[in-house]
Design a protein around this ligand. Structure first.
Ligand code: ADP
Ligand code: ADP
Length: 230
């Protein structure tokens, strides 16, 4: 029951004279309910891999199977529908909109779901802010919050539409160790509730929260280290 199955994925960036192979012959499966950490030095292809998994970037060759469907040949309109329904994104730099309150930042994630009424939308925002322990900050602006709180807002936004997959690109990269641990705790709870997680990290300590650590080097998988069973 693989949610994600990457089969011999290659990604080559071509810019006039320069050709960079960012991913080479990647074969990775991620099971439904699994928590996978991706590690490796700067430039090894972690962000490219996450962008491919997140359907933001097309591989140059290979197949991408998601929930039993080969999405490799799909058009952008189809892909973006699946992406919006299935995937929540969390970034290193939180990516909150500084002109909007915490509440409004989270609410944005459902604004384009026309089938959800405004009252239901607001109820769900309140609920998720409470779950993330930041309900008392709903009317604050992002800059008034600590980094850890901002990341919890970003996670609230990512999970509001109840995605089956969360992709996190160095979610603790800008946090001190206490806030980093808190964010890892939150991600672990979401995973225990059934959300599949793929996380890029530079932190050995934070990678330990995952079921499995995939190490990349020069665009290829060099090791897969199982930490605990699913
Ligand atoms: P992003 O996809 O968020 O741009 P990058 O891999 O480019 O991620 O790196 C994001 C940040 O992490 C940068 O500030 C970079 O300097 C830092 N960084 C990259 N590689 C390492 C590493 N091996 N150890 C520690 N910090 C790193
Ligand atoms: P990481 O996230 O591990 O730091 P990246 O996936 O960002 O690695 O980059 C992998 C390789 O692909 C690097 O050599 C990088 O310079 C190159 N690369 C990434 N994005 C682009 C792009 N848009 N155009 C050209 N080269 C790119």
């Amino acid at each position: 029951n693989a949610m994600i199955s990457l089969k011999h994925i290659n990604k080559v960036y071509r810019t006039s004279e320069i050709e960079t192979t960012a991913l080479r012959a990647i074969d990775i499966d991620v099971k439904t309910g699994e928590f996978v950490a991706i590690m490796g030095p700067s430039g090894c292809g972690k962000s490219t891999l996450l962008n491919v998994i997140g359907m933001l970037d097309q591989p140059s060759s290979g197949e991408y199977w998601f929930d039993g469907k080969n999405i490799s040949g799909w058009r952008e309109a189809q892909v973006s529908g699946l992406r919006k329904a299935a995937i929540g994104f969390v970034f290193q730099s939180f990516n909150l909109i500084s002109e909007l309150t915490v509440f409004e930042n989270v609410e944005l994630a459902l604004l384009y779901h026309a089938d959800i009424a405004a009252s239901e939308r607001k109820r769900r925002v309140k609920e998720v802010l409470k779950r993330m322990g930041i309900a008392h900050r709903a009317q604050h602006m992002p800059q008034q919050l600590s980094g850890g709180q901002q990341q919890r807002v970003a996670i609230a936004r990512a999970v509001l539409a109840e995605p089956k997959l969360i992709l996190a690109d160095e979610p603790t990269g800008n946090l001190d160790s206490a806030n980093g641990e808190e964010v890892m705790q939150l991600l672990t709870e979401l995973n225990q509730d059934g959300t599949t997680i793929v996380m890029v990290t530079h932190s050995d300590a934070h990678a330990q929260y995952a079921h499995r650590i995939v190490a990349l080097l020069d665009g290829g998988v060099v090791s897969e280290n199982i930490k605990r069973s699913l």
